[in-house]
Design a protein around this ligand. Structure first.
Ligand SMILES: [Zn+2]
Length: 223
């Protein structure tokens, strides 16, 4: 009975959401869409390989990519109103785009460790959005806010801040970490935080040789 129950639960988990049909498949993705919404399967597959190589991290198994028409539809399916959403641990991307670089970065980075939402979003913006937010450079967007409080406060309060400011600040700070220390060091920091991200400031200081707020002060002064 128990074994049957587990098996049924596993099958249930693997089943696509209502209304979605399998529209393409690659080595690392199954793509599901509704109402003939397009997906760029080859571009998504190529970008995943590129990010896996950049971060030195593989995504296990085959991920699922769900293509929605609108953020409202995505909210109905996932409970979150957003252009994209990634459940890295269960290997799912939910997106309103046919190709979504930002979410693919989340999928790979989410396998490494969890330094919290500020660093996850910062990395996805720095790499996936090429250090731009709403089409503008994140350094320019972050300049005013960066000097308003220590970076450790942005890390702690990410979810309660105005989202355009929060994403620009996080993207700008992580982009500077990449430029200053290299992407391998940033990946090492993600791993040092472990899956539950228990002591992020300590992992930061251990990895980069300075405290979060020391690094933040140097970043703010550079903008
Ligand atoms: Zn994101």
């Amino acid at each position: 009975m128990l074994a049957g129950g587990l098996l049924a639960a596993m099958n249930l988990q693997a089943a696509p959401l209502p209304g979605f049909v399998l529209s393409a498949q690659t080595e690392h993705f199954s793509f599901y869409s509704r109402d003939h919404q397009k997906v760029d399967a080859q571009k998504t597959e190529r970008y995943l390989a590129q990010i896996e190589q950049l971060l030195g991290q593989q995504v296990p198994g085959r991920a699922e990519y769900y293509r929605y028409a609108t953020a409202q539809e995505l909210a109905a399916g996932t409970g979150t109103y957003a252009a994209g959403l990634t459940f890295a641990r269960s290997g799912q991307i939910h997106s309103t785009q046919e190709f979504h670089a930002h979410e693919i970065v989340h999928l790979v980075a989410g396998q490494m460790g969890n330094p919290g939402v500020f660093f996850q979003e910062g990395l996805a913006v720095a790499i996936g959005n090429e250090a731009k937010w709403q089409g503008k450079g994140v350094d320019q967007l972050a300049r005013g806010a960066a000097r308003s409080m220590p970076v450790s406060k942005f890390v702690a309060r990410f979810d309660s801040l105005d989202s355009d400011t929060a994403y620009a600040v996080a993207g700008s700070f992580v982009n500077r970490l990449i430029k200053t220390h290299g992407i391998a060091k940033v990946a090492q920091f993600f791993r040092a935080c472990g899956p539950s991200g228990t002591d992020v400031p300590a992992a930061f200081a251990r990895t980069f040789g300075q405290s979060l707020d020391e690094a933040g002060a140097a970043w703010a002064a550079s903008l």
